[in-house]
Every structure is written in C-alpha cells, then in structure tokens.
Design a protein around this ligand. Structure first.
Ligand code: NAD
Ligand code: WQD
Length: 331
C-alpha cells in the first residue's frame, strides 16, 4: 500500500505536535518542517516516544523557497499539507507587524509556490477565530463576515484565508477557538519562547508558584459574572479535526472553512474555578483593568464541522485543565 504522506510545516509546535500523533494513529505518514523558532526538539523526541518510532523532520525555514522546493522534490506522492508554521503572539504582532506579515503570509506563499510546482493540491490552514473580529451574532458561524482585524496577527490570518480563496488549490481553513491542555503523557506541549500571555498558562504558572496571581482583565463586561467569555477547546480534539479535514479534503475538492470549538462559552472566573476544582488546588487572583483589544465574548457554532467532517469536541474542559496542570508540572 502507498504511504499517505502529509507535509506539516510547523509540526514541532504545540498544536502541530499533537496533530502529528493523531495523523500517525490514523495511518498517515507525517513529515515535519520546522525551524524550531518557537518550539523545541523535545517535542520531536516526545512525538517519537508516543508513537514508538522516529518521525521524519526537516529543520528548515518555511520562508526559504529553495529549501522548501528541495523537500517537495525529495518526497513524491504527497497527499496534502497541514500548515501550522506562523508566529502567534498577538501582543508582539502589534509591536512588530512586519515580522508577522513576513513570516505568516510569507511562509504560506512559499508553500503554495512549491505545491504548484510539485502538483500538490490539498492544504489545511491554521486559522483563528480572531478572523471574525467582534462578532454580531453568537455563537458565531462560518458565514459571519470578517470584521476589522483587532491586531496585525489577526490580519495575517484574514489575508492568508483570502490568498487560499484566490488560488486554485483545495483548502480547509480551520478557525480554532482557544486551544488548551496537552497530551496525557505530558511528552509534548507548548514550548513557546515568549512569556505566557494566554489565560490557562497564566493560571498554571500561578498555581505552581512562578507568578504571584492571575490578574482578571476586567469584571465590568456585559456577561453573567462581568468577565470575558471564550470557547476553550482541548488540543487533542483540535488535533483530530485536522485528520478529519484531510480525509474530507481528499474527497471534496474546493474551498472550505470550519469553526473548531466546543460551542460552550466559559468566563474567566469560571475557568479559574474549573481549574481549581479539577486539580484540587487554589489559584490566587485579583480583578484588574480591561486588556486593550479584548473581545467581550466569542464562542463557536461548530455544527458545520459536525455535519461535514463528522467531528465534534469530545474532551471536557475539566480534562483539559487536568492535562494543562500536568504539563506545567512536567515541562
Ligand atoms: P507554535 O508556535 O507552538 O507552533 C508553530 C510552529 O511553527 C513552531 O514549532 C515554530 O517553530 C514553527 N515556525 C514558525 N515559523 C516558521 C518558519 N518560518 N519556518 C519553520 N517553522 C516555523 O504555535 P501553535 O499554538 O501550535 O499554533 C499553530 C498554528 O495555529 C499557528 O499558525 C497559529 O497562529 C495558529 N493558532 C494558534 C492558536 C493558539 O492559541 N495556540 C489559536 C488559533 C490559531
Ligand atoms: C482569554 C481570556 C482575557 C490573561 C488569544 C488570541 C487568539 C488565539 C488565542 C491565536 C480573555 C482573559 C487572559 C490574563 C485574563 N491565538 N485573561 N488574564 O485573547 O481569547 O485569544 O489566544 O490565534 O488569536 O487573540 O486568549 O488566553 O489571552 O485570553 O483575564 O492574565 O482570559 O481577557 O478574556 P484570547 P487569552
């Protein structure tokens, strides 16, 4: 039987490493391209330990056209691409937009050029719920219009989705909501360079004693307890959505976009309480001012993914919080 090769730029990262494990489980042969600019070789080792064999990977910058062409030249019969490689810090993108435009848009363009040259037709792209800006209707559906981007990071995701629409490839844009948690082995996870700015890592760093407290960014929003609402999705569920998307894309040429969320809105204070209860540990917090650029609430309608991909979130937020704490203790 032919190998089902999938090239995975950014596959050594947080979401990528979990996806590699799921691809392997489902009979694909994933090949990672990653320059480790925001991850660690420990994830490559962790993947190999979980799947029980070495994983093929290339330490290459995805904005280097010649180097990417060489990899496509080396690997024949590629079924598709799952493109994770991008920078992801919203805050840094505001300080240095060019860095984000160059890498996030540049890497996609290079991959598409190689796809064209080597006749690979299928690509799954890591998009984000930030493409919606401030949504008019909740839960948000895929046909909601793209509002003004809240950051250069969000803008790169909007532009990349448009590039995919304007090209001839078959594509799935997966609009992730808020990924959290880790593989139960704690052998793979988020090795981001930057200081944590997302809520769950800040909670775990506080619980372990590396931070004095969590500052809750505002409690005067128009929500049940006054704090912002998000849709926190276990990274394992997220990883599985890529495998379903690759199977779907092979059978359904065209352009597709799916929300990948749980559909459940959780407030900041609820998230802290769920973490405390799931792990039987107290987390020190206080209420602070609003964070500039925060959206009051956003959560997904993921019915389209359920109908078309036969995918839905299965893990509970409690399981995600337990695995996030395990990762903090072990990483
Ligand atoms: P991550 O930083 O852990 O993974 C990205 C990987 O890409 C890293 O391993 C990094 O080293 C690699 N990379 C970046 N630029 C590269 C380049 N030019 N060449 C080669 N490798 C490069 O981030 P993640 O959380 O796993 O996110 C994966 C994707 O999902 C990103 O596109 C991100 O924007 C998107 N996304 C993430 C979230 C989130 O909250 N984590 C939410 C929505 C969308
Ligand atoms: C969640 C909630 C904060 C930290 C960002 C990106 C998005 C996506 C995921 C990549 C918010 C509150 C947070 C803290 C707090 N990434 N909070 N105190 O802002 O929804 O989304 O990450 O694509 O693009 O924008 O996630 O985890 O930063 O915040 O009160 O110390 O927690 O206000 O309501 P966010 P987050």
């Amino acid at each position: 039987m032919n190998e089902r090769k999938v090239i995975v730029p950014g596959g050594a990262g947080y979401i990528g490493s979990h996806t590699i494990v799921e691809l392997h489980k489902s009979g694909f042969t994933p090949i990672i391209i990653d320059n480790l600019c925001n991850s660690s070789e420990k994830n490559i080792k962790g993947i190999s330990e979980i799947i029980g064999k070495d994983i093929k990977w290339h330490n290459v910058d995805c904005t280097n056209q010649k180097a990417i062409d060489n990899i496509f030249e080396l690997e024949d019969n590629i079924e598709g691409i799952i493109h994770f490689a991008a920078y992801k810090s919203v805050e840094e993108s505001v300080q240095n937009p060019k860095k984000y435009y160059d890498n996030n848009i540049g890497s996609l363009e290079v991959i598409l050029n190689s796809m064209k040259k080597y006749k690979v037709n299928n690509i799954i792209f890591s998009s984000s719920c930030t493409v919606y800006g401030i949504p008019d209707i909740l839960p948000v559906t895929e046909n909601a219009s793209f509002k003004k981007a809240e950051s250069p990071y969000a803008e790169t995701k909007q532009i990349c989705e448009k590039i995919l629409i304007e090209n001839n490839f078959s594509s799935v844009s997966l609009r992730y909501f808020n990924p959290i948690g880790s593989h139960s082995s704690s052998l793979i996870g988020d090795y981001s360079d930057d200081k944590a700015s997302n809520l769950i890592p800040i909670i775990t760093e506080t619980a372990i004693g590396n931070r004095e407290k969590v500052t809750v960014f505002g409690n005067d929003y128009n929500t049940s307890d006054g704090t912002c609402i998000r849709d926190y999705i276990h990274v394992l569920d997220l990883a599985k959505s890529h495998v379903k998307s690759m199977d779907f894309l092979i059978k359904n040429a065209g352009k597709h976009a799916f929300n990948i969320g749980t559909g459940i809105g959780v407030s900041v204070l609820q998230a802290i309480r769920i973490f405390e209860k799931s792990n039987n540990i107290k987390v020190n917090y206080s209420i602070g001012p609003r964070r500039i650029g925060d959206i009051e609430q956003i959560y997904a309608n993921s019915n389209l993914a359920k109908v078309k991909l036969n995918w839905e979130a299965k893990e509970t937020i409690e399981q995600a919080m337990i695995s996030a704490w395990e990762w903090e203790k072990k990483k």
